[in-house]
Design a binder for this molecule. Structure first.
Ligand code: ZN
Length: 474
């Protein structure tokens, strides 16, 4: 068994970070985000590191995975060589074989596609893929001869356990079958440009028994599943995040770095440790989920939730309401590659709020409360509230107070309701209205503190609300 206690974490991290002793720990400039004052700490006794700037943390294996993009077994292999520690060679060799098998497979599929002109034409037309793209990413097409090809050329890999563990094959009544049939094959690259899985897009009629997309389940690589389009992320650059692989490939046409999340936003923590601006370019139907009050099923909102704390002012969300013809990056890329078509988090939330009917507003308000609770520091919370209330005011009221008083809509009375929660019974409605504009910033803070439901149920506020409404209709 591998004994991690024999590893000196300072030596491993010290190769890339200049560490200086501070008290019982060591400190240096964080290798995961750019900073001028060191906030990256390493504790030799505990064998862990932690960054107070970006939240990166873990042990020596996490570090090797995050910094070099190693797999678990690659990290173990590296450490065993560095520190002369024995490892479980048996499992390590199996992982290497599976990795080799995946590599052979996508090359085989790629060569098959490249040598079949009619198929190549069909594939490139189907998803608008340029020849350059197909070559660069080694995109291929499945072929039933894969198994015999492996048997004839790589007898050491032709082993049932390895074949099944790679996820590229499965067993059916004692026969070994290929997972991919009649599918465009796209290697899935991680941020270290390593292929971690293959994706197959079915070319033909889609039915329940033939899903559009499938992936091989490689039993050694379960920690990350996203597609990176291999364009390097430089410090302070932009990263686009989209739903599907074909979307990310479209950004490649414009030489812009993009990740496809492949349906799961949870594994996206590494983005927090970059200094990049994030541009969320998910599909229109996902945005419409939010508009319809179905915010908890939306990918946009779950990505915002996971990035709000570290990326508050670096989050940009595609603006569907001003770009009516935009559908998704894959189909209408010209909209998505232009960063002027994105909104910051504040305009995004305010515009949504303005567009939502009253009953859906509550869902959105709860979402904002949830976002607020995910922001760690007081100064960032303040920034969030101030910017959001400013944008809300602009979106809902315009800049003139007069508009509030003339308004008849429920939207505005809803805002007024929040305003009056701060006043007691002996203050007149006129007074409330006259102070409204300056008080709007405060409203939002108070709103967050109280939780809206409690306010609605309070008879005192209900009465003021009614009064305010009457006043507005006059
Ligand atoms: Zn950091």
């Amino acid at each position: 068994m591998f004994d991690i206690g024999k590893v000196n974490i300072l030596e491993v991290i010290g190769k890339v970070v200049d560490l200086k002793p501070v008290g019982s720990e060591y400190r240096g400039l964080c290798p995961f985000h750019s900073e001028k004052e060191p906030s990256f700490f390493v504790n030799k006794e505990k064998g862990v590191y932690h960054c107070f700037g970006c939240g990166a943390k873990g042990n020596v294996i996490t570090f090797l995975k995050e910094y070099y993009g190693y797999s678990y077994y690659e990290a173990i292999d590296y450490l065993s060589k560095e520190f002369g520690i024995e490892i479980d060679v048996y499992n390590f060799n199996k992982e290497k074989k599976v990795q080799k098998l995946i590599e052979i497979t996508y090359n085989f599929y790629h060569n098959y596609l490249m040598s079949n002109f009619d198929l190549l034409k069909r594939v490139s037309k189907f998803k608008n893929l340029k020849l350059k793209t197909i070559k660069y990413f080694k995109i291929g097409f499945s072929n039933e001869n894969l198994l015999s090809y492996i048997k004839n050329n790589y007898p050491d890999l032709y082993n049932e356990e390895i074949l099944i563990k790679s996820g590229l094959f499965y067993k059916k009544e004692n026969d070994i079958k290929c997972l991919f049939e009649n599918r465009i094959i796209i290697p899935i690259y991680n941020k270290s440009n390593k292929v971690i899985a293959l994706m197959g897009r079915y070319l033909g009629e889609i039915s329940n028994s033939t899903p559009k997309y499938i992936f091989n389940k490689n039993s050694f690589s379960n920690d990350e599943k996203y597609f990176y389009n291999k364009i390097s992320i430089k410090t302070n650059a932009k990263i686009f995040i989209c739903e599907g692989v074909f979307d990310a490939l479209r950004f490649f046409d414009y030489n812009l770095p993009a990740f496809a999340i492949l349906g799961n936003t949870n594994k996206f923590d590494f983005i927090k440790h970059t200094n990049c601006d994030i541009y969320i370019a998910f599909d229109r139907d996902d945005y419409e989920k939010i508009l319809n009050g179905n915010i908890n099923n939306s990918l946009i909102s779950s990505l915002i939730k996971s990035l709000i704390d570290t990326k508050l002012d670096k989050l940009h969300i595609f603006d569907y309401s001003s770009n009516k013809e935009a559908i998704e990056p894959d189909e209408t890329p010209e909209f998505f590659v232009n960063i002027e078509n994105y909104q910051n988090i504040y305009s995004f939330l305010s515009n949504l709020y303005e567009k939502s009917p009253l009953e859906k507003k509550i869902v959105l308000e709860n979402f904002v409360v949830e976002l607020y609770s995910k922001i760690g520091s007081y100064s960032k919370r303040k920034l969030f509230i101030n910017n959001l209330s400013y944008n809300l005011r602009k979106a809902l009221l315009g800049n003139k107070k007069a508009k509030v008083i003339d308004a008849e809509t429920e939207i505005k009375s809803d805002i007024l309701l929040k305003a009056i929660t701060d006043y007691n019974d002996n203050v007149s409605v006129e007074e409330i209205l006259s102070q409204l504009d300056e008080e709007l910033k405060q409203i939002f803070i108070n709103y967050l503190r109280r939780e809206m439901t409690a306010i609605y149920e309070n008879p005192k506020y209900k009465r003021i609300f009614e009064l305010t409404k009457q006043k507005m209709v006059v």
